[in-house]
Design a binder for this molecule. Structure first.
Ligand code: DOR
Ligand code: ZN
Length: 348
C-alpha cells in the first residue's frame, strides 16, 4: 500500500482570494500547497481592466507570506463594456491568464456580468485570435429554470451555440457539477476543458439537506444528486487531461453563511489536497492524482508544470484539520468532508 506520494507541486485553476483582511487570512493556506492559482475577479467592484488586475496582483504579492513559492494568475471580469484592446494588451503583457464570464446574477458578485452575449462577441473574437482562454460560470439565470438544471440548460442554450459560433475560442467550463457537463466536455474535439472542485467530488445534495440544512455545503453551482457526483469522480480520476482541479475555495465569514439567506461558497484551501488524496485512493486512482492536480491544467493553459514537488503521507490516525480559521474579517469554516482524513501534506 502506498503511504507516501510525491507530486509535482499542484496548481489551483479556480480560486477566490478576496481582498484586505480576508485575503490576508486565506492566502497562506493556498500558498502553502499550490504553485499557482487562477484568481477569480469577482471583487466588489470587480477586476474589470488591466489596471485593476495589476493593482490586485500587487496586493496579493504584498500579502504573501515570505518565501512563498506562489504565483497568482490573474483574470479579468467580462462585462458588457469590456474593451477588446484592453484585454489583448493585458494578455500581451503577461498580466492576465484568462477572462471570466459570469452570466449576470448567476452567483456571488456577478451583477456586473453578461446579460446579452452579443455585446461581448468582439472581445471573445479577439480572445479566440490570441488564444486567451475564457473561464465560464456555466449556469443560466432564467428564473423559470430549476436551480438543479441550470448548468445543463446553460450548456444547451448558451455554451454550445457560442462554441459553434466561435470554435477557436478556448473555454474552461468552470466547476462542472453534472454528468451532462462531463459528457459535453468529453464530446468536444478540442479547445474545451473543465475544472472540478474538491467539494463536488465529496458531497451531493443529500449531504447538504438530509437531517438538517448545512449552510457550509451551499455553493454555486449547487451540489447535485449522487449520480452526478459519481460522474465527476469518474471524470476526475479517469486520467482524461480535459479535467483538472479548480478548488473554487470561496471564503465567506461564518455570520454570512449561517443566517437566513446565506452566501454561496465552500472554503477548502486548508485540506483540499488531503481530501483529493482520499477520493483518488477510494477510486483506486492514486497514480492519477498528479495529472489532475498538477499536469492537466498547465497543459491546457500552455504553461510548464511546476518544477517543485510536494509530498503527501498517509497517517495511521486521522489527521486533525481545523474546523475554522480566524481571519481579520472574522471566522471562516473549513470544508468538512464528513469523515476523517488520513492524508497529510508533509513537505514541499
Ligand atoms: O459557491 C460559489 N462561491 N460559487 C461561485 O460561483 C462564487 C463563489 C464566491 O465568490 O463566493
Ligand atoms: Zn468560483
Amino acid at each position: 500500500m502506498t503511504h507516501t506520494l510525491t507530486l509535482t507541486r499542484p496548481d489551483d485553476w479556480h480560486l477566490h482570494l478576496r481582498d484586505g483582511a480576508m485575503m490576508d487570512g486565506v492566502l497562506p493556506h493556498s500558498a502553502a500547497h499550490f504553485g499557482r492559482a487562477i484568481i477569480m475577479p469577482n471583487l466588489v467592484p470587480p477586476v474589470r481592466t488591466a489596471a485593476d488586475a495589476a493593482a490586485y496582483r500587487a496586493r496579493i504579492l504584498a500579502a504573501l507570506p515570505k518565501g512563498a513559492g506562489f504565483t497568482p494568475l490573474m483574470t479579468l471580469y467580462l462585462t458588457e463594456t469590456t474593451e477588446a484592446e484592453d484585454v489583448a494588451a493585458a494578455a500581451a503583457a503577461g498580466l492576465v491568464t484568462a477572462v471570466k464570464l459570469y452570466p449576470a446574477g448567476a452567483t456571488t458578485n456577478s451583477q456586473s456580468g453578461v446579460s446579452n452575449f452579443d455585446t461581448v462577441m468582439p472581445v471573445l473574437e479577439r480572445m479566440a485570435e490570441i488564444g486567451l482562454p475564457l473561464c465560464v460560470h456555466g449556469e443560466v439565470t432564467d428564473p423559470a429554470v430549476d436551480i438543479f438544471d441550470r448548468e445543463a440548460v446553460f450548456i444547451a442554450r448558451i455554451l454550445a451555440p457560442l462554441r459553434a459560433r466561435l470554435p477557436e475560442l478556448r473555454v474552461v467550463l468552470e466547476h462542472v457539477t453534472t454528468s451532462d457537463g462531463v459528457d459535453y466536455v468529453k464530446s468536444a474535439q478540442a479547445g474545451l476543458a473543465a475544472t472540478i472542485t474538491t467539494h463536488h467530488l465529496m458531497i451531493n445534495r443529500n449531504h447538504m439537506l438530509v437531517g438538517g440544512i448545512r449552510p457550509h455545503y451551499y455553493c454555486l453551482p449547487i451540489v447535485k444528486r449522487a449520480s452526478h457526483m459519481e460522474a465527476l469522480r469518474k471524470a476526475a480520476t479517469s486520467g482524461d487531461a480535459r479535467f483538472f482541479l479548480g478548488t473554487d475555495s470561496a471564503p465567506h465569514v461564518d455570520a454570512t453563511k449561517e443566517c437566513g439567506c446565506g452566501c454561496a461558497g465552500v472554503f477548502s484551501a486548508p485540506n483540499t489536497l488531503a481530501c483529493l488524496a482520499h477520493v483518488f485512493e477510494e477510486m483506486g486512482a492514486l497514480e492519477r492524482l498528479e495529472g489532475f492536480t498538477s499536469l492537466n491544467g498547465p497543459a491546457f493553459y500552455r504553461l510548464a508544470p511546476n518544477s517543485a514537488k510536494i509530498t503527501l503521507q498517509k497517517q495511521d490516525e486521522p489527521v486533525p484539520y481545523p474546523a475554522r480559521i480566524e481571519t481579520g474579517a472574522g471566522p471562516v469554516t473549513v470544508f468538512d468532508p464528513g469523515h476523517p482524513l488520513f492524508w497529510q501534506v508533509v513537505g514541499g
